[in-house]
Design a protein around this ligand. Structure first.
Ligand code: COA
Length: 192
């Protein structure tokens, strides 16, 4: 268990203009978390390229933002050019912020977004040794398949309804306001 104080930030979608905050978060992941996130060791250059492509890939990225920094992220990625029946999810939480329920909370948001886009099958892959990720996937009723040192989790989101769509829309409104506040704080910090 980390000794980080209770969480004071917010979970919201990242705006397309926030690729640098996403990049900085991924760069701050410790060596082991980077390997768990990408299933192999990756360099800073790899992460910089990866974060830059966030918008090109049309991914939805949820983030936990605290004090102008992104500390955790969850990506919902298309498996083709457009949203189809299937999509993929990936998660990253900085070491000091792990074990505070962020991974679980972020997975809930990603599943809801997948549901609202009519996705029938959501995949999550992680290394076989990644017990934490598997615990979270199980909490969300994923079917886990173990193969060749990897685990593929398969989640079948429910059909969208009025409430799931409304809940995401309300979150988006609040999230947008928080993003604007964070941007202002970042500008003030940079000018200081
Ligand atoms: C995996 C990761 C996303 C989890 O995020 P997190 O915010 O720490 O997770 P949570 O706090 O929501 O939940 C962790 C759960 O794992 C459980 N857990 C912790 N250590 C465990 C272990 N060794 N074995 C089994 N379960 C474990 C916790 O008890 C908790 O479940 P609970 O809430 O029911 O008690 C985070 O550790 C991370 O970013 N790791 C590096 C990147 C990565 O592995 N990404 C996943 C591949 S895409």
């Amino acid at each position: 268990m980390s000794n980080h104080p209770p969480l004071a930030g917010t979970i919201r979608k990242l705006l397309p203009s926030e690729t640098s905050a996403f990049r900085d978060h991924l760069l701050r992941l410790d060596k082991d978390s980077r390997r768990m996130r990408f299933a192999h060791s990756v360099s800073d250059t790899f992460i910089e390229d990866y974060a830059l492509r966030m918008n090109d890939m049309g991914s939805i990225v949820y983030a936990y933002a605290e004090d102008t920094e992104v500390r955790a992220a969850a990506e919902l990625r298309k498996l083709g050019d457009r949203w189809g029946n299937e999509a993929e999810a990936a998660f990253s939480v900085e070491h000091a912020f792990q074990d505070h329920g962020l991974g679980t909370e972020l997975m809930g948001r990603v599943i809801r977004s997948a549901r609202n886009r009519g996705i029938h099958r959501l995949y999550m892959s992680c290394l076989a040794e990644n017990a934490k990720m598997q615990a979270i996937a199980r909490k969300h009723e994923a079917d886990l398949k173990f193969e060749y040192g990897e685990v593929i989790g398969e989640i079948l989101p429910e059909t969208p309804n009025y409430f799931s769509i409304l809940a995401e829309a309300v979150d988006d409104r609040v999230g947008y306001m928080m993003a604007v506040f964070d941007l202002q704080k970042r500008l003030v910090k940079a000018a200081a």
